[in-house]
Design a protein around this ligand. Structure first.
Ligand SMILES: Cc1ncc(COP(=O)(O)O)c(C=O)c1O
Length: 503
């Protein structure tokens, strides 16, 4: 060990957190080393252990993106007029996405920080447009497929637009007849996904487009995850139904460059059919004493890095590069789906159109949540879903060298789950199973809210090492709380019933 390394090791012990700024700053090398160490318990995406969250192409691409990003590390894209090079990149990224999704030269849009921001902005734009054009609008609502990404719930919450969920048909796509029935005089927008996150199925955008035209409503297509995959799968001869601006009635699309576009995090594009939609996204404050403030997106200060890296990624990979990536990723996905379907008791749900899918248990003696727990003991990070209980996978090219091990481990996990059915009553399997089944969803919601309060309380010192949005340890805690509340309500109801019987 060199003297410097010894110094770092020694100092590491003393980097303690006492609730305040350190009186004197630490040595940078010591801090970098501390952070490297802190990462040890994080999800191991480099070795393909995660099936969501990180889209990794290869080491050289990562290094290149970092260079592109760091060239604009300090630039602030708050003011597009101050950094003309960033404005040029944004323009070119938007045009490339519009072209990819078969939009004409009227299609316009902006770069945002991610799929959620693109979706939030679309809902804000449609709400404001409807308010202006439909004077007698009461409570605006949007009709979404049951599978639509939760970013739409968030938008509904923030912008006070009601969200009406349409059920699915037997193919796990939105039921078009149900959508038609749900449209009412306060409906301002229809939505379809290409594809949806839970099952990877593509809604019938052509049929939604016809409904949109008939009822004179706009139609947003969420292609956040599919925008940089479906066009290339189609080019490879895959049976991809029409889903983009080519479909009459489609008025906007969201597409994430930081997903299958393999850009750095913080880059999505929101596209509108023409300026008559985009203009409702903008906010201009002309009376502020700080000056006239015009803002195209949600954020104020925003990184120039992610805009630059998005431009660099698209120009470096190019169309043939994306087609190659799609070919390779689809091949891995096919092998995974075939391997899973070949395991007795497991089945891929519906017909996923690209590289994202879910699978469930077809055998009541086999609990998928137990399979998930066993897989996690083997080092995999597994995403669990409900309605139906299932496990999810989003495949990237980085899984090439890892998918066979996943399948081998999965076979073994299924055997263990069958041999030890009691595991369903323990740990996360019991909790996820119970949380998915409990009929009182408000109860689950309230308990999750309480859990978030405790996670963000000033005293919290538990950071966990799980990537689920609510975390495995917390799920266990939540399950116990929900169960306790459920039993309390049951006891109270039984008591009431008993006393009314006695009367
Ligand atoms: C279909 C779909 N829409 C929207 C989003 C939200 O994107 P982001 O996480 O970048 O905000 C996702 C994320 O996975 C998605 O799969």
């Amino acid at each position: 060990m060199t003297a410097k390394m010894e110094e770092i090791e020694g100092a590491k012990q003393s980097i303690g957190f006492n609730g305040s700024l350190p009186l004197k700053g630490y040595d940078r090398e010591i801090l970098l080393s501390e952070m490297q160490g802190a990462k040890e318990n994080d999800a191991n995406w480099r070795e393909g252990k995660t099936w969501s969250l990180v889209y990794h192409k290869d080491q050289q691409h990562e290094t290149f993106l970092k260079q592109a990003y760091s060239n604009y590390f300090s630039e602030n894209y708050l003011n597009p007029m101050a950094f003309s090079s960033l404005r040029r990149y944004e323009h070119e990224v938007v045009r490339m996405c519009a072209d990819l999704l078969r939009g004409d030269s009227d299609v316009v849009g902006t770069i945002t920080s991610g799929g959620t921001e693109s979706i939030l902005l679309a809902i804000k734009a449609y709400r404001d447009r409807a308010r202006e054009k439909r004077r007698f609008l009461r409570r605006p609502n949007m009709i979404v497929p049951d599978t639509v990404h939760v970013a739409f719930d968030k938008a509904a919450h923030y912008f006070d637009v009601d969200i009406i969920r349409a059920p699915l048909d037997e193919n796990m796509c939105v039921d078009i007849k149900a959508v038609k029935k749900l449209i009412n005089r306060n409906t301002i927008l229809l939505i379809g996904s290409a594809p949806n996150y839970p099952y990877g199925t593509v809604d019938d955008i052509t049929a939604l487009g016809k409904l949109a035209k008939k009822f004179k409503l706009p139609l947003h297509v969420d292609a956040c995850v599919g925008g940089f995959m479906l066009p290339f799968v189609r080019e490879l001869g895959g049976a991809i139904p029409a889903f983009d601006f080519e479909v009459p009635g489609v008025t906007s699309m969201s597409v994430d460059v930081h997903k299958y576009g393999y850009a750095a995090k913080g880059a999505s594009v929101i596209l509108y059919k023409n300026m008559d939609y985009l203009k409702y996204q903008f906010v201009v404050c002309s009376d502020w004493c700080g000056g006239v403030y015009a803002s195209p997106t949600l954020q104020g200060t925003r990184s120039g890095g992610s805009v630059a890296a998005a431009w660099a990624a698209l120009n470096s990979i190019g169309r043939t590069g994306y087609v190659d990536l799609a070919r390779e990723t689809m091949a891995i996905t096919e092998k995974l789906k075939q391997g899973i379907n070949a395991i007795d008791g497991l089945e891929v749900i519906a017909s996923p159109k690209m590289t994202i899918f879910a699978y469930l248990s077809t055998d009541e003696d086999l609990n998928v949540f137990v399979v998930a727990d066993v897989m996690e003991k083997k080092g995999w990070h597994i995403d669990r879903q409900q309605k139906p209980n299932s496990l999810h996978a989003m495949v990237t090219v980085n899984h090439q060298t890892h998918y066979q091990k996943y399948l081998d481990d999965l076979k073994e996990a299924v055997l263990i789950a069958r041999q030890q059915p009691d595991l369903a009553q323990q740990g996360n399997a019991a909790m996820y199973g119970m949380v998915a089944q409990i009929p009182l969803r408000g109860l689950v919601k309230n308990n999750v809210l309480k859990m978030m309060e405790s996670m963000y309380s000033s005293e919290n010192k538990i950071f966990g090492n799980d990537l689920d949005s609510i975390g495995n340890n917390q799920v266990a805690e939540l399950g116990i709380k929900v169960l306790a509340s459920f039993n309390k309500i049951k006891r109270r109801l039984n008591g009431l019933l008993d006393s009314s019987r006695r009367k």
